[in-house]
Design a protein around this ligand. Sequence first.
Ligand code: ARG
Length: 465
Amino acid sequence: MNESSSLWGGRFSGETNDAVAALSRSIHFDWRLAKYDIAGTRAHILALTSAGYLTEAEQAKLDKALIELDKRVASGMFAAKPIDEDVHSALERGLIEMVGAELGGKVRAGRSRNDQIATLIRIYLLDQSKQLKAQVIELIEVLATLAETHLNDPMPGRTHFQHAQPVLLSHHLLAHAWPLVRNLNRIDDWKVRASFSPYGAGALAGTSLALDPAVVSTALGLTAPMANSIDATSSRDVVAEFAFIGTLIAIDLSRFAEEIIIWATAEFNYVKLADAFSTGSSIMPQKKNPDVAELTRGKTGRIIGDLTGLLATLKALPLAYNRDLQEDKEPVFDILDSLNLLLPAFTGMVATMEFNTQRMEELASAGYSLATDVAEWLVKQNVPFREAHEITGKLVSFAESKSLDLNEVSDLEFAAISKYLTPEVREVLSVTGSIKSRTGAGGTAVPRVLDQLSALRKLLSQTNG
Ligand code: ARG
């Protein structure tokens, strides 16, 4: 190992055991942090220069080499080797190959891989959060457009998965958009906490070299250095919080995915999935499967596993840095990779889904879903709600026993059930009438759905990446 890019050979006389080297190695997953490591190093040499450890000429030479190294990393011309333990050692090797060991060997002063990695994971996630937000925004926009298209289309609203009250399809679709909006807000809130720089904390206790950590923090576009070097190197709450937000996004997709799977069945027949966003069966020629929705649901299970694994890794760690912390990266990378796979496919599936609005409308009044409307109509006739509930219950039970819909019950039968059930009650015994009456805040009446649509559109136009 010591002839390789190892950063710690001095006090060791023997070689590292191969199994130990294999266990320690993180290069196969932390290489994706390379460009962020280079950015960190470019910032660090500024701090070394202003403190007098590098001349301006040395700084310029190193910076030029680092910019070139960055290009070579991006093009694949410089790649990590299996002998490299991690991204930091691989890049130090690369820099030394370019500027020599004398100058290249000065760069590591005043920093440790502990403050380095804690900074890199932050700037990596901050960068990735932009793409994540953009993809979530795209899905919200698709939902808003669908809601506009289906503004007036009724469907059965459910509680306990039973028919409850008729609602508008637009209202239902927007109910999937709002949780995603809150996830965008969560990312913005998280950013504030993530934007502090651990650089300068060293291994755990800070540095004696009088480097100004604000130089690094500013160069990396972060808010300020962290206040406590022990905290800076040993906490990963910012990683866990990001993993949690990613998991919530997956959970929100998964809830909708579950509905789409059910909606696409012959029994429901609410939606038809586009050919490009469904798959066939190798044995059953007639099959069209909602694989995108199923993989969304399936990957969400895996993502939840990533989050819980990360939390378990953090739970019993004494201060300060422990090597366990190397295990923070794969779970959060897996969450991001999974979401980056899921979101475009899921959004495409939703955008191209065809709704059978006729079927949804036909079912909207099934299951006596207008019963609440009858009870509330009775309340408007001054019947106390308790009694109104009772009367309506009797009406439902009577209709059910005769296999009738509520509007098929005769005036005479109404009167026999209660004197308050006059023929005027028929006004509310329609799906359109029921939906139209739900004008309370956040309700399913068209004007309220239009309110939320414009609120949503306004929020989207104000959201920045
Ligand atoms: N690969 C390590 C990690 O991800 C980098 C820090 C290593 N520090 C150390 N003292 N061995 O946490």
